[in-house]
Ligand binder design. Structure first.
Ligand code: SF4
Length: 250
């Protein structure tokens, strides 16, 4: 589909079928993107996956080694943890939409460069415009800073929803620690779980047919950003750390 036709599809999508077809057209158009140099080293574009009508969208940083090979976001150990966290609020990947800021893997999983972000962000903005999620959970420092337009790091702002304008639309951003960061830093795991448990409540009671019941965060959980004493309350996720997971997520 030509770029103009994709833009029309984005503007016109109102029904579930229109969103799905618009997103499919956008994925098709993006699959051959050469707007930045990352096109040269990629195996494939990792566009995103999930429900085109999702009320909850997750945005990570960029594809890693496994994502580049398989064509899906969050397929490594961090992806398994994300699956577990979703299951904890009675959701699956089919209920949400998952994408990254960049659609192609930076070599060696290095940080995205500004020129790459500026080239690629239009794809993400179109995804958001089509899906119209109620809540966008930004996973990790990088996606949070980019989408919020603020310099505050994830350690300071995680678990704090705030409105933001993205691609001309007002959405609620909800910064979360990146699952890979939680794998590398067990003390973050409890905080990530607590922040995740607030998602059903943030999505609200209205139109929550795909949203599980709100999960109470137990009294005594650490405050956002509070250090957890060694050996206390560290969850038992048995997920081996993969050296190909992205590291710069703090
Ligand atoms: S990273 Fe984005 S802008 Fe760069 S080639 Fe891939 S899809 Fe295009």
């Amino acid at each position: 589909m030509a770029a103009g036709a994709v833009a029309e599809a984005v503007a016109a999508a109102e029904t579930a079928a229109e969103r799905a077809s618009g997103l499919a057209a956008l994925a098709d158009a993006t699959s051959s993107c050469t707007l930045c140099a990352l096109a040269e080293g990629r195996t494939q574009v990792v566009f995103g996956t999930g429900d085109p009508n999702a009320k909850l969208m997750f945005v990570g940083e960029a594809p890693g080694f496994h994502e580049d090979k398989q064509g899906y976001p969050f397929v490594g150990q961090a992806g398994k943890l994300l699956d577990e966290l979703l299951a904890g609020i009675e959701l699956t990947r089919d209920d949400v939409y998952i994408a990254n800021v960049l659609k192609c893997r930076p070599p060696g999983n290095r940080d995205p460069q500004q020129v790459e972000i500026e080239a690629c962000e239009q794809h993400l903005f179109k995804q958001v415009a089509l899906i119209e999620p109620r809540l966008i959970a930004t996973l990790g420092n990088f996606a949070t800073k980019l989408l919020s337009g603020r310099p505050d790091g994830i350690t300071k702002v995680h678990g704090e929803p705030r409105e933001s304008t993205l691609g001309g639309r007002t959405v609620t951003l909800y910064p979360l620690f990146h699952p890979a960061a939680a794998l590398y830093t067990p003390a973050m795991m409890k905080t990530l779980e607590a922040d995740f448990a607030r998602i059903p409540g943030l999505l609200g009671a209205e139109g929550t047919d795909k949203i599980g019941p709100a999960i109470e965060v137990a009294a005594g959980e650490p405050e956002a950003g509070e250090a957890i004493p060694a050996g206390v309350g560290v969850p038992s996720h048995d997920l081996a750390v993969d050296p190909d997971e992205q590291l710069d997520l703090f």
